[in-house]
Write a protein that binds this ligand. Sequence first.
Ligand code: ZN
Length: 406
Amino acid sequence: MVLNLQRRGLGRLADIKTHLDCSHYWYTSTDLGYTGEEVVRWNRYTALLYRNGIRLNSNADKLIWDHSPDGCPSAKSLYNQQISVLYSPTVFWWSKRLWKWRLPPKIKCFWWLAIQKHILTWDNLLRRGFSGSGYCVMCKEDTENTDHLFVHCNFTKHIWYLMGDDHSCAHDWGGLTLAENFEVWARCHPKFVHFPALVSWTIWRVRNNIIFYSHRPSVGTIIYWISRLCGYYPALETKIKKYVLTHNIPVSTILNIGTFDGAAQGGFCGGGGTLTFSDSKSYHFKVGLGEGTNTKAELLSLWALLWTAKHLQCEEIQIYGDSMAIIDLINGRTDLRNMALEHWYHRTLSLKNSFTNISLVHHYRDFNVTADKLSKEALTLEEGSLLLKEISISDTLWVPYRIYYM
Ligand SMILES: [Zn+2]
């Protein structure tokens, strides 16, 4: 088209404009005497000039690369232009920062795929025709996808809570997606900007350990792994090592996790909880606890959790509950005030002491959703009736037990 114009003596873009009522218009195909196919090409050409807001001056025309400030094309500006077209603004935001981090390339590549939801979590595997359970092996409470695994999973939240608790980097995960949440994190914690990548990489390793080797590392081991990775970040490593020491977190490879919760409504109590073992087996239980208060419900649910753990031949366990009062009581930090519960207090204490390795830790209600739901379901159960169910791919039944109750 440009050659065609030059043959007509129109060498510059400024030559093919016309003035009408003080406005600029491009010559029409009729002005230039075009016919047939040339009309179509001319209209396409002027539409392109119009859309790109070409500003005319009296200088000779020259080609300018619009995607860099100096108008010169470069590999960097081409890459940025392509990325901004291909990816969402949040992913684009990460692409500008991620590759500058001083981290092993495998972690950077993993993180790049994770924020685009391209890693092989169950949702992606099912889409590719694989068959399987589809649910998250960390919590067994929800289907597994990138956002769940690294942000919303109760197990992951607990790791974040432990990490944040002592490092002035506690964080409220309010956003929906991984990329959104961690963009907010990066803005709030500019010194620890790549910390989410280290935590997510570790969570991914733990998840793969459970799936491929049926081995669930303890919470202490996971924190230790993260602190090892923080060798790339010496200041943080020191803080995390101090945290592991001061909180006496056991760094072992075998640890079973239990949660419990009690509910009281209309004068009746129920209890419920979960048990997840190192070999990746997982159980839910619920128990009818008769008449009583919320304190009784919490104490007896803990007792029922310990009873169930023993029944399943468990000797080492880390227990989480959202009742600070009961955890402080059983850990010996406070004294029993409600003497009506004295009998149950002593029974719970002696059962606790029969484990070879046990710890009771408080966590927030948000992390205790399943136990809370089970305890409410237990309100309708008969006093002393305990139902236990193994959580697995195939649908299993609740197995009833009559527990020695009084
Ligand atoms: Zn989960």
